[in-house]
Design a protein around this ligand. Structure first.
Ligand SMILES: *[C@@H]1O[C@H](CO)[C@@H](O)[C@H](O)[C@H]1NC(C)=O
Length: 254
């Protein structure tokens, strides 16, 4: 009588194992789905982070451009909070990236944004060298520019164009002299004779033993070519006064 029961007996067992199988199946599916979900979520997060980084770097770029803009205004340039030289240099480098950044690039930049003007203002410097050509040194607030070099008193321009050239020389005469004190600005072109550009004169004092201080100032616009040099000489450089603001030499491109 057990016979008919025999096949029945394992049934509950097989049903339990069936449930187990279904449960295991669900578990497996759940684990797989969970894994896929996690991977997708990680991917999403990663992409989102990339975007955030991009946004952050764009923000940085925006701030940088703002600084460049500030530095190009006069008040901004004076601000000590901004390191304008560095910022503008950085900006120039970005613009030059990928191009050979020699003078052609500088030339191109010139048209694009307000560059440093080509201007130099120097103060007289006492020189122990014999000779009538005056020597010059940089001043605290006077501009300098790499496109104008100063070699032994001669200012050399690296770019052709119209330039305003000016100079003042203060001098002191003690003894009587019939010859006037004269200030000259000469143009020096290599392998050519020096050419007089400007001349200023003052009659020397006849007052004895007293230093009569006088100044001569000259200035004018001239067309210079690349490599041209200008210099100042005077009839007697020993009489020149070098105290602050008295004697100077400057040039700027129009
Ligand atoms: C000044 O320089 C010019 C040009 O080189 C020269 O001819 C002239 O003699 C100089 N003047 C004086 C006073 O040395």
């Amino acid at each position: 009588m057990n016979e008919p029961y025999g096949p029945e007996a394992p049934r509950p067992i097989s049903s339990t194992s069936g449930t187990m199988k279904i449960f295991m199946g669900f578990l497996a599916v759940f684990v797989v789905v969970q894994t896929i979900g996690t991977v997708l979520f990680c991917l999403y997060l990663h992409m989102k982070m990339d975007k955030m980084e991009e946004v952050l770097s764009l923000n940085e770029d925006y701030i940088f451009l703002k600084k460049v803009q500030k530095c190009q205004t006069a008040e901004g340039h004076k601000s000590t909070l901004l390191d304008c030289e560095k910022i503008l240099k950085g900006f120039q480098n970005i613009q030059c990236e990928g191009r050979s950044c020699g003078s052609p690039c500088r030339g191109m930049l010139r048209g694009q944004w307000k560059r440093q003007p080509i201007a130099v203002h120097l103060a007289g410097q006492q020189s122990n060298k014999a000779g009538s050509v005056l020597e010059w040194k940089e001043t605290m607030y006077g501009p300098t520019n790499s496109l104008i070099s100063n070699k032994e008193g001669k200012l050399k321009v690296e770019e052709a164009g119209l330039y305003y050239i000016y100079s003042q020389v203060s001098f002191c005469t003690k003894e009587v002299s019939l010859a006037p004190f004269t200030l000259y600005i000469y143009l020096h072109i290599p392998k050519e004779e020096d050419r007089l550009l400007l001349k200023g004169q003052k009659t020397q004092s006849t007052l004895k033993s007293l230093c009569e201080l006088q100044s001569i100032r000259v200035g004018g616009v001239f067309s210079l070519r690349e490599g041209d040099m200008v210099f100042v000489n005077v009839t007697d450089s020993t009489k020149v006064k070098y105290s602050h603001g008295n004697t100077y030499f400057g040039i700027f491109k129009l």
